[in-house]
Design a protein around this ligand. Structure first.
Ligand code: ATP
Length: 203
């Protein structure tokens, strides 16, 4: 079993790279996806969030209005801390369950990749058997965030500036995947890393 972290700056291509690993048989543990699933109708975490911030956060079908929640916590540190205190422990718990299930399903060969955008910022690199960093040249990254995500250029720049730098992430990388080129090029790099992971003796 190998338990790896996957990280990269906003818009670098973490989800894209994670999908290429998943296609090859890796188990992906994605905290963003888990936190979205914990906010589905019927989930205790959603009930706790609504009890804390108000039921105007729900639409007529009982679904969370993400924008309304984002508006509340955007400029209010105290509200953001309260939200994180509700969501983060549940995300950690579910991540642990998924990790345990994947380990038990294939104790010898499982490759489990945990997608952690803020790995460097939260000082967690040491916890893993290895770290995969996704890197994309700054101009390309900005273009993708603006085009594909509809983000304003200034907003994208501000979010990038608020994170660790490419150099800081590269410093903890065991594997660096350059996603500045085509998807085919990136997939070929993933395939090479996958070969190493499946045949550690060739490293
Ligand atoms: P976030 O930090 O916001 O979670 P991310 O690091 O997971 O983002 P992706 O969602 O994988 O990044 O990629 C960002 C955007 O760029 C997406 O719209 C994706 O489709 C696009 N993209 C990723 N890689 C490439 C590529 N090699 N060529 C063209 N477009 C790409």
């Amino acid at each position: 079993m190998r338990h790896l972290a996957l990280t990269g700056g906003i818009g670098s291509g973490k989800s894209t790279v994670a999908q290429f690993f998943a296609d090859r048989g890796a188990t992906i543990i994605d905290a963003d996806a888990i936190s979205r699933s914990l906010m589905e109708p019927g989930q205790q975490v959603l009930a706790d969030v609504v009890a804390t911030f108000g039921d105007h956060l729900l639409d007529e079908f009982g679904r969370l209005n993400r924008q309304a929640l984002a508006d509340i916590v955007f400029n209010d540190d105290d509200a953001r801390h309260r939200l994180n205190a509700l969501v983060h422990p549940a995300v950690r718990e579910e991540s642990k369950l998924q990790l345990k299930a994947a380990m038990e399903a294939d104790p010898d060969n499982a490759v489990i990749i945990q997608d952690i955008p803020l790995l460097v910022e939260t000082g967690q690199a040491e916890k893993f058997d290895g770290v995969i960093v996704v890197y994309t040249e700054m101009d390309t990254r900005l273009q993708r965030l603006v085009k594909a995500r509809g983000m304003a250029t200034d907003d994208a720049r501000a979010r990038i500036a608020a994170q660790a730098t490419d150099e800081q992430r590269s410093a903890v990388a065991d594997w660096l995947i350059d996603n500045s080129g085509s998807l085919e090029n990136t997939e070929a790099q993933v395939a090479a890393v996958w070969e190493e992971l499946r045949n550690p003796s060739t490293v």
